[in-house]
Ligand binder design. Structure first.
Ligand code: 16G
Length: 167
């Protein structure tokens, strides 16, 4: 229910109306042909992903009930996906068997920046993470995005460190 969105926007836009010709919707199986993977290339290395691989991954995610929420913004005039953000819900035993959420793969296409679309995506993921019962939401991001996420109340809590190990 996007009407619970508490964000304020300039210029009369909102998650229900993200801008002229733009719509917010869940990622679809057909988005392989609508520039979704090309969009992700603006975030990081995507590599070769065939249509079959994309569809297999999409279907595996969809089969995990109440876990993957991938929200995209489509430009109806081109049919292309020009923004995306993913919320992943992780089940926990702690905090009375609750769940937590992670914000991942947030990207707005370079030609569409400065239109508050990142804010719309983030606000929608916040609403979703509360609606699906998560006690917190976290993310990791590149240095140049720290300021942006700070605007949404994300902090780097003392005593918690992001670490990874790559192969
Ligand atoms: C950023 C993204 C993360 C993504 C990673 C890819 C957000 C909030 N963070 O940290 O979701 O998976 O970049 O970078 O969108 P990598 O290819 O170096 O792992």
């Amino acid at each position: 229910d996007l009407s619970t969105c508490r964000g304020t926007y300039k210029g009369g836009i909102s998650p229900q109306n993200p801008g002229d010709g733009l719509v917010l919707r869940p990622l679809a199986l057909a988005d392989y042909h609508n520039g979704y993977l090309q969009l992700l290339k603006q975030l990081t290395k995507v590599g070769e992903v065939s249509q079959e691989q994309y569809e297999d991954r999409f279907n595996k995610m969809k089969a995990c009930a109440d876990t993957y929420y991938i929200v995209v913004i489509e430009d109806k005039s081109t049919g292309q996906v020009i923004g995306s953000a993913s919320l992943i819900k992780e089940q926990k035993f702690i905090h009375s068997a609750t769940a937590r959420a992670r914000v991942e793969d947030v990207i707005v296409s370079d030609q569409y920046r400065g239109k508050q679309l990142g804010k719309i995506l983030l606000d929608v993921l916040f609403i979703l993470s509360k609606a699906v019962g998560c006690y917190k939401v976290s993310l990791e991001c590149k240095d140049n995005m720290v300021q942006f996420y700070t605007l949404f109340g994300f902090t780097n809590p003392a005593g918690q460190n992001y670490m990874d190990h790559r192969w």
